[in-house]
Design a protein around this ligand. Sequence first.
Ligand code: FE2
Length: 352
Amino acid sequence: MSINRDEKILVVDDEQSIRELIVTSLEDNGYLCSTAADGQEALRKLEEEDYQLVISDIKMPGMDGIELLKRILSEYRDVAVIMVTSLVNINYSIEAMKLGAYDYILKPFDLGSLLISVQRAFERRMLIIKNREYQYNLELKVEEQTREIRKVFLNAIEALAQALEAKDAYTSGHSHRVTEISVIIAKELELDSDYVDKIRLSGLLHDIGKIGIRGDVLNKPGRLTESEYKHVSTHPSIGVKILQFLIKENEVLEIIKHHHEFYNGKGLPDGLRMEKIPIGSRILAVADTFDAMTSTRPYRNALSPETAYKELERCKGTQFDPDVVDAFFRCREKVERIISGKEIPLGIAINQ
Ligand SMILES: [Fe+2]
């Protein structure tokens, strides 16, 4: 029998002679033991000191062994419990095993089987603890890898954002402001948080398709011709073509694809109407237009927020979803704080 000074056993029995018999036998085999005469005393001792195993009688005055077992299971999950009972009370032992006792010993017992039972209980307890640790470490590893994968994903998005910025200086800060304004509107409309996250991602990437638009058209310091306008209008679809390799959430791709649809069906690329346009796209449309109007462009200076508000009001119900415009106006103060800086730092923050 191995001697392990870390393994301490609490022997609980109302009969002193049985306590002594068990303790003597265990101590002869190298175990450290303490005793308790009832359930209450056992709980007190468990509170004061660490025990790895409790051997408890079932039939005791006051708190019986089953009750004590329940308390130990709920408060000391790493303490193993072996029940001791007489043959007439065998049913209690079965109940105890169902509850989570490691084993039971029938009185009168021979000391050999007591020792085997104790050793098995320690071995099983150790296995359970090691298994739990392994599980915990595994979970940590999975979490770490998930974080790593997410970092790579965010870096890929940042790389795309930088690529667009290198081509179209106007985009600097625009996507971030559109994202922030869209999130404010989405929250005002009480959309669920998963969808708000999708809007956030869509906002950051909504104009990525401009990578595929000719630079002379993107940065033209004057009004676009009809064919140039048509060319620029392909950017939502180009964006989806690029992003489909990176983003598997169809809802995000759909939001991006339709962010230039009009509420009255006269927008692009599919002429969708009203609720057929994803709500995320209807929100992005308002945020995007508002930020574009209040930004300086190659062909005009920034409009004042008041002028931009009038324009949104004018296009409510034709270009824009009226509910989204109303929500936007209710958040006017927050929105103004965002556009007043016009200097949102670069850096992707998807789960703020
Ligand atoms: Fe756009």
